[in-house]
Design a protein around this ligand. Sequence first.
Ligand code: IPM
Ligand code: MG
Length: 366
Amino acid sequence: MNYRITSIPGDGIGPEIVTEAKKVLQKIGERYGHTFTFTDILMGGASIDVHGVPLTDEAIQTAKDADAVLMGSIGGNTVTSPWYRLAPDKRPEAGLLKIRKALGLFANLRPAMLYDELAAACPLKAEISRAGFDMMMLRELTGGLYFGERKTEMIDGKMTAVDTLTYNEDEIWRAAVKGFEIAMKRRKKVTSVDKANVLDSSRLWRKVVEEVAADYPEVTLEHMLVDNCAMQLVKNPAQFDVVLTENMFGDILSDEASMITGSLGMLPSASLNDTKFGLYEPSGGSAPDIAGKGIANPIATILSAAMMLRYSFDLDQEADAIEAAVKQTLKDGYRTIDIMPQDGNTDGVTQVGTAKMGDLICERIV
Ligand code: IPM
Ligand code: MG
């Protein structure tokens, strides 16, 4: 079968890591008899440089016409890059927010698990990491603070900035349903994270999540305040199965979850709407400081491609093959610089660059 993929190399390390994910998909195609056709679009700084805006309507249309979207990363150094002297709605990140909204991608799945092979890269104490963890963060992606009205104005002689955090019950409902559906296929536990001791939006979140939970009697629901969750992630990550939370909390907590896996370079993500369509991207950023050096970790992007096969194309066997190849590559001792052992003991470990890591994973696809 032929699958049409719109790819967004983007900025920073984006082009390097997307190249490796395409290479792996190509290998899957050869091995399992599929073709993947890629059409690149510009987004973020790469689009600003050519079109003056971070995402054009034509690019959105190209994405809509595909079966799925594969993305690298967007953005640059917020202090030194000229992109950040533009109005906020013209900056690279605005393109990402716009495509998520335009494609209706309200559910962002970010799985975080500890590979045995990376235990030495995990910054947690051994007695905590020994228990392992395997959680699915579900971040609501098209509502809340990142999409509310915002302005900066002079009030009573003082510059004053306002951002609005809005959720309606339908937005919460559909995200919660996804969370419970996923929990049913996992260990049947949902931890809903909010700040209900302070925020109205969180109190509504909690109420709607409880209503949805009534339809899933087999799933255990617990509520956790976001500050406590930040602490629990480093204290006892094994307790989490599905973590269900709103946009900003999910942005922050998913970076934290990725660090306890060893590196931001390990965490894939899928952003889904109500159909099979999705946008797949590593959770980490564009890492402008290491862009172009050939040292970025492509694994999060390669695992995002595996999520694409699983969630958009129903190619579970092929997705399993990628995940197994990644695991085997780690088992064979290959590491990009970000996941090298922290204790300095490099016995049996070989440091490799971006392209080599992609090749090694391809070789292990069976
Ligand atoms: C992410 C990123 C984006 C977000 C930025 C680049 C807008 O941090 O995907 O987590 O906050 O959603
Ligand atoms: Mg983020």
